[in-house]
Design a protein around this ligand. Structure first.
Ligand SMILES: *Cc1c(COP(=O)(O)O)cnc(C)c1O
Length: 357
């Protein structure tokens, strides 16, 4: 046992990202944009075939997003070189496949039920997806995950707090997986701002095979601008950056997110309000006779098990209230996923459900 442990430790200390990266990506010479070559500030720009009129949007945005990365890195107490910005978290997820997974050969692991995008990206990139189930109580079984790994496993996706089950995954179990495997472990923290538990960013510098995903789409209220954050060791960030579209983040997005970052108190206020509304909504939903169970939530939505959930779903839809039907997802039979809205929106939902017979 001790010898096995030592072997694992030795392997970990030799963890080398370049062995996981596809050979074509390792050898890739990235597109160099005009603004890459001259990052400074000049008085006459005649290098990028831009229109000289219609300032400021006539100019290409910074392909390296230097200013925004610095601001985000400061807020999150991370090194800006360890941050990749994408067109939503979805771009980061897709690029992880394109950088690390050889189509038709490699595999990834998802722990289901979970966010659908991991499976979609696996399919698009022709990469096998191995599904491991959460336990019945939605807790993570770390041995089941590590047991599904083989030499061709490149990525393990763990979502915490998890969508659609709404619970946080046990931190020690997450760390156990990260410390045991030789592939990259992606912890998707899209809902971490709503969670009582902090995420894994504080341990990122010591974990070479950890990727943490966060987003401006949920707590920051900016789903429309499309900005996702991917934190990882700088070598991996370098590969993702080499593969991305040169100008993947628009000038409008850069400006708008910088503006929101100047007022983080607004985000914190929204989170407080949403958490209060979540408790109220859970209590009221719990008193409905056809509701069987409301799962404990660490996010901005509730997973609710009820009698004849599909009928309830259609009933609400006919009244202009849209929730998410998750009843066909493994372990979620009879469940609807309900986002916490404003007090007024939640009131309208409850009013409709109280009139349901
Ligand atoms: C909403 C959500 C995201 C956010 O994706 P974006 O592309 O950043 O909008 C990421 N992961 C999970 C699990 C989500 O539910």
């Amino acid at each position: 046992m001790l010898r096995m442990m030592r072997t694992v430790l030795r392997m970990k200390s030799r963890f080398d990202i370049t062995r996981l990266v596809r050979s074509n990506i390792r050898e890739l010479v990235p597109y160099a944009s005009a603004r890459d070559e001259f990052p400074g500030s000049a008085s006459v720009y005649l290098d990028a075939n831009e229109n000289p009129f219609n300032a400021p949007l006539n100019r290409y945005p910074d392909p390296k997003q230097r200013r925004l990365k610095e601001e985000i890195a400061r807020l999150k107490s991370q090194d800006p070189a360890c941050l990749f910005l994408g067109n939503g978290s979805d771009e980061g997820i897709d690029l992880l496949f394109r950088v690390l997974c050889e189509p038709g050969r490699d595999n990834v692991i998802t722990v289901d039920p979970t966010y659908g995008m991991y499976g979609v990206c696996a399919a698009v990139n022709d990469v096998e997806r191995r599904s491991v189930l959460l336990r019945e109580d939605f807790s993570l079984d770390p041995d089941a995950v590590t047991g599904a790994v083989d030499e061709y496993t490149r990525l393990i996706f763990l979502c915490s707090p998890n969508n659609p089950t709404s619970n946080s995954l046990d931190r020690r179990s997450l760390l156990r997986i990260i410390d045991t495997v030789q592939c990259m472990v992606v912890v998707d923290e899209a809902y971490v701002d709503f969670s009582r538990e902090g995420g894994l960013l504080p341990v990122l510098p010591g974990k070479k095979n950890l990727v943490v995903l966060q987003t401006f789409s949920k707590a920051w209220g900016l789903a429309g601008v499309r900005l996702g954050m991917l934190f990882a060791q700088r070598e991996l960030i370098g590969y993702l950056t080499a593969v991305k579209y040169p100008y993947n983040i628009s000038a409008l997005t850069l400006d708008r997110v910088l503006e929101s970052l100047r007022e983080p108190a607004a985000m914190e206020r929204w989170v407080d309000l949403i958490l209060k509304e979540r408790e109220l909504l859970a209590e009221r939903l719990g008193s409905l006779p056809f509701v069987q169970r409301i799962y404990p939530s660490d996010a901005n939505f509730l997973l609710v098990k009820m009698d004849d959930s599909r009928r309830v779903y259609r009933y609400l839809m006919e009244r202009g209230i849209i929730v998410r039907d998750r009843s066909s997802v493994p372990l979620c039979a009879g469940c609807l996923r309900i986002t916490v809205g404003t007090g007024k929106e939640n009131g309208l939902l409850l009013k409709a459900l109280n009139a349901y017979v």
